[in-house]
Design a protein around this ligand. Structure first.
Ligand SMILES: Nc1nc2c(ncn2[C@@H]2O[C@H](COP(=O)(O)OP(=O)(O)O)[C@@H](O)[C@H]2O)c(=O)[nH]1
Ligand SMILES: [Mg+2]
Length: 203
């Protein structure tokens, strides 16, 4: 496990710009379409079972959740897109909130974009990539649920996604499985790098 992220604790939720915590330290945000496995990814990154709730019902989380780390860094769980039951005006409000967070948050150091490897690079994903690109924010894409595909098929999607990313700025991509933990070391390496940390892990 990575001892630093293992120490993540829930700090607070925000629903509007006014309720965002003050800007301090460095933040890494996690985003993804509902059901892509964002909560499962955060739990694996932090080696905790239920830090970020996982749900079989997509789209429950509509808060920005902040988790604090010991050295004053933060992990930020952004609401998932594509929650079907939310009325259109509410969706637009949310979209604006996420956009303003992603484009204006000064302490934001990087964005982890979680995709279901079977449905990569949705329109929503591309919107997020453009917002990040607009401020040269580094993005790391996790092609999650790789356990659902054969190795060959996963490698193929990785290659295809990589090809489409050339127009999107500072973006890296890997295959991942929150179920098998495949790809976790590679992901930790990126997060450690963003936070300027030496790798600090065991087991
Ligand atoms: N097979 C498989 N299932 C996963 C993986 N990651 C998440 N899931 C499942 O996908 C569903 C949605 O996961 P969740 O973390 O709640 O997604 P979120 O809506 O993006 O936060 C849950 O049933 C998870 O157990 C994975 O890597 N492999
Ligand atoms: Mg979730």
């Amino acid at each position: 496990m990575n001892h630093y992220f293992q120490q993540a604790r829930f700090l607070q939720s925000a629903t509007t710009r006014k309720t965002l915590p003050a800007e301090r330290g460095l933040e890494i945000a996690f985003a993804g379409r509902s059901n892509a496995g964002k909560s499962s990814v955060i739990n694996q990154v932090c080696s905790q079972k239920s830090l970020a709730r996982t749900s079989k019902t997509p789209g429950r989380t509509q808060l920005i959740n902040f988790f604090c780390l010991p050295d004053g860094d933060f992990l930020v769980d952004l609401p998932g897109y594509g929650y079907a039951k939310v009325p259109e005006p509410v969706k637009l409000e949310w979209q604006k909130f996420i956009e303003s967070y992603l484009t204006q948050r000064n302490t934001l150091r990087g964005l982890v974009l979680v995709m279901d490897i079977r449905h990569p690079m949705t329109e929503y994903d591309q919107t997020m990539l453009r917002w990040a690109q607009g401020r040269a924010l580094p993005v790391h894409i996790l092609l999650n649920k790789a356990d659902k595909l054969t190795r060959g098929a996963s490698a193929n999607v990785l290659l295809q996604v990589r090809k489409t990313l050339s127009g999107f700025g500072v973006v890296s991509v890997q295959t991942f499985s929150a179920l098998s933990k495949n790809g976790l070391d590679e992901c930790w390496d990126i997060l450690d790098q963003w936070l300027g940390r030496d790798a600090d892990r065991q087991g």
